[in-house]
Ligand binder design. Sequence first.
Ligand SMILES: Cc1ncc(COP(=O)(O)O)c(C=O)c1O
Length: 258
Amino acid sequence: MIYLDYNATTPIDKKVAEAMEAYIYGNFGNPSSSHELGSKTKQAVEEARKKVASLLNASPEEIIFTSGGSESNNMVIKGAAYTYQNRGKHIITSEIEHPAVISPCEFLEKNGYEVTYLPVDQNGVVDIDQLKAAVTEETILITIMHANNETGTIQPLAEIAEIASENDILFHTDAAQSVGKIETDVKKLGVDFFSVAAHKVYAPKGIGALYIKDGIEIEPLIHGAGHEMGKRAGTENVIFDAALGKACELAEDLLQGV
Ligand SMILES: Cc1ncc(COP(=O)(O)O)c(C=O)c1O
């Protein structure tokens, strides 16, 4: 069989598997434990966070680990809607988003929010003038994907970011399909939130990350203890965090031609 469906998922890279091994067979400590086993896994999680941050040109403090692209998208869309509900209840997205964006938007529509689904042109690109026309006083979030999972079309994120910033609107992108394939510099793109899905970049399924720009607060999706800087509760998935860190390191090397 010749497998060409890497937008659906990728196999785990051998080097990624090796990075996981140390925490499968050896060090099993809880990163929250204050003894040596804990500090070793804590260090592994923080090293992985740095590698994800480096690929996105972010600070490690701006990266949280999640269970994947779906969770990252849900956290931003529902979290921003909840946190900024007193400022407005309008969200702008596009008709070509993945269900992991469309579905939380539809959930919000059932709960008193208004969502505009922008159409795309014959090349699959969102029309900037239509986006400008859709902005209202009530708009709190724009969520437009980076690369489309069916067509590969890249959306003009930097232009969208300008409109968001001029109107004091938060801007999220679902980058599940772009990470590791093209440059993903969150500063150049001008985004406030950026979702990563690990299994599209040679790491396992069930792990992802979310970039939250420094200074922006949104309500967590998962409440509990203070993991992930208080933004996402749950004992860290050390094995998969290490995997995503390694995958991001490999992707960065590849993109830089190392
Ligand atoms: C564009 C896009 N967003 C989100 C997801 C969901 O990511 P995950 O499977 O990690 O939840 C996918 C995966 O199919 C995707 O292609």
